[in-house]
Design a protein around this ligand. Sequence first.
Ligand code: ZN
Length: 444
Amino acid sequence: MGYIVYFNAVQSKEIINSPYNVRLDSMTDRVVRGSILDKDGQVLAETRVAEDGTETRYYPFGDLYAHVVGYDSYGKSGLESTENFDLLTSNAFFIERLVNTVKEEKNIGDNIITTLDTELQKAAYDALGYYKGAVVVMEASTGKVLAMVSKPTFNPNTLYKNWSSLSSSENAELLNRATQGAYAPGSVFKIVTALEYMRENSDYGNYNYNCEGEINHKDTIIHCANSTVHGEETLKSAFANSCNSAFSDIGLSLSISKYQDTAKDLLFNTKLPSLLPSSQSKFQLTKKSEDYEIMMTAMGQGKTQVSPYHMTLVSAAIANGGVLMKPYLVDEVVNYTGTSISKNYPEKYKRLMTTEEASVLKEYMTEVVTNGTGVSLSWENYTVAGKTGTAEYSSDKTKSHSWFTGFSNVDNPELVITVIVESADNSGMSAVTVAKRILNAYYY
Ligand SMILES: [Zn+2]
């Protein structure tokens, strides 16, 4: 009995969400699709009904929310897809539904109140400008996703006109790079390597390394950025300097099986908690990996792949004392008059690391901003802890993406932000600059 009830109540939602299910058509015959709203009730998607009964799905913010809210034509994407069942369900008052049914008129579907913050979404959209890339902003203490931008973008209002060019475009406008992009992490991966080194060496505070601008091991030569000679370093200063030589050296000292475990703890090679479709991040070292691959991986290159959304979850756990809150995008489902039907509350997803490990990584990420590669984020009226990265993606090492992941208000973490700017070497735009623009828009 319990199983059948579960199947009807919970599973039916998934079955009905299937785009090939005929019941869906009968639902759209009986219900006017509900609206999707931001956290303050601003409309992000609504159905407008003309006098002749023609329905048009309208997105007042055009391309601003294209990937996260999605579209409802040529199939569905984003929240339009995941929330399809609730949008086509009417919890209008019973008598009203009865009267409408008798009059053969449609009922009005339920509305989805999201966690999205239009001010932050605009700030992230503007900060990224014309560059390709993605931004994710989350609230550390609750797991609320506040903003999610992917560029290049598209206007869901005119999707039907542009479908054939968009669906075959080399720029992949329809792809949500935030959750589905698979990028080399570059130096943001030093977070994982530093954590693994700490786990294997209780005396990690005594680590020291003399950087000469490059490391040469078995004919593999790895340079620090611009071949900068960092000199004598601790683990903390090597992290803040993003010293490739030190981290390659650290990589060679690690137990690969334990390194794999730590990567798994941080949700690599794992399905991520995500309402929207997301790609799995890949950590590919094995016991058979050659030394050069271990060195490359430890400092952030190699075959590792991550999404901006995944790095946001890692930073969120660090900000939140090691505990990742379950990320969520839907705050509440209400009927069209605003009466609550169901509500989501913050809940713990998983502990990714100990409180002490999180506090050491937080200290290191603070050092990045105070004395390291993220120094352009210091001297503001807000504080930031984070990690920068440059990820090479061409074999001749001339092309690179720029990364930033971190959080604001370090003592009582507030916004977790991850930015990737594609082909940053061409544009001269760095992810740190994008993050700073967003934080300035939020705090000033
Ligand atoms: Zn160095």
